[in-house]
Design a protein around this ligand. Sequence first.
Ligand code: ZN
Length: 309
Amino acid sequence: MTTYEDRLAAFTGRVLVERRFGPDPVNVPMIRHWCEAMGDTNPVHLSDEAARSTGRSGIVAPASMMQAWTMRGYAASTTPADIGAFDELVALLDEGGYTSVVATDSDFDFHREARPGDDLSVEEVVESISAEKRTGLGTGRFVSTLKTYRDAAGEVVATQRWRTLRFRPSAAPRAPRPRPAINQDNEFWFAAAREKRLVVQRCTECKTLRHPPGPCCPECQSFAWDTVTAGGRGTLYSYVVAHHPPHPAFDYPLLIAVVELDEGTRLITNLTGVTADDLAIGMPLEVEWLVADADLTLPLFRPVAPQEH
Ligand code: ZN
C-alpha cells in the first residue's frame, strides 16, 4: 500500500518545472528599469564604458535580476502548459492539509554574470520534503528545491536553493469574552453564576423579584433583599440576530435573547443549540452554563427538547 509519506517521498529528485526559457533575452532596457526601481547606481549595470574599465566586456545585469529573466507573465501562468509536476505536488500537499505557503529562504550561487543577449532558462528539481514540523505559523513541511539557471549553450549561470514552508494554518486562539461590569450591587449574581446557580434578587419586605440586580426595590423602595435560586426554565420573550460588528469572542450570527424565567423576571442572554431560523417567540428554553474562563461563568439558554415539555 502506498502511504501519504511514500507519495511525498516520490517527489524527491523529480523535475518540478521543466527547463524553460524566459520570454526575452537579457537586455539593457530591462536592466535600466530594474536599476531605477531598485535604486541600484552601480555603473557596471548602466554604462558600457564603466563596465569595460573594470575588465568586463560591457554592461552586466545585476545578480538580483536572475529570477526576473525567466519569470513568465501573469497570463502565461494560467495556460494549460502550466499544469505539471508542480501542480501535482501542490495538490498532494493540499490533500495533507498543508494549504498555506510561505517562502523561508533563498540561497543563490552565481557562476558568472548575465550579459545582454544571454538567453536564460530555468529548471526546478525537488531536493527534499521534510517530515512534519511544528512551527510558529502551524504544522507543516519544508519543501526544498534547486533551480538551475543556464544559458543557451546549457552552461550553468546560477543555482538557487529555494525553501518554502507548506503548512496548516494554526487556528486563531479564541479571544476572551468581554468582561461584565461587576460592582457592589451585582457581584452576588456573578458569584452565584460561577457556581452555576441562576439566582434572582428578591425584596425581603414585599417579596417582589427583580432583575437586573439593583440596590433598591422598585415596588416598595426597601434596601433589604435576599435571593432565590431559579429553576433554569423559561421562554423566549424577544431576540435579535447580530451579524455585525464581529467580535472575536463570539460566533456569528450571534443570537441575543430576552428570556422570561418561569419565576417571572427576564434576563438578556445568548442562545445556543439553535439557529436563527428555528427561533419562535414563546418557545421553551432551559439554562446551559458557559464556563467562559476561570473567572467567568454565564448562563446561556437552549431550546428544551420536545419530549421534555
Ligand atoms: Zn419591595
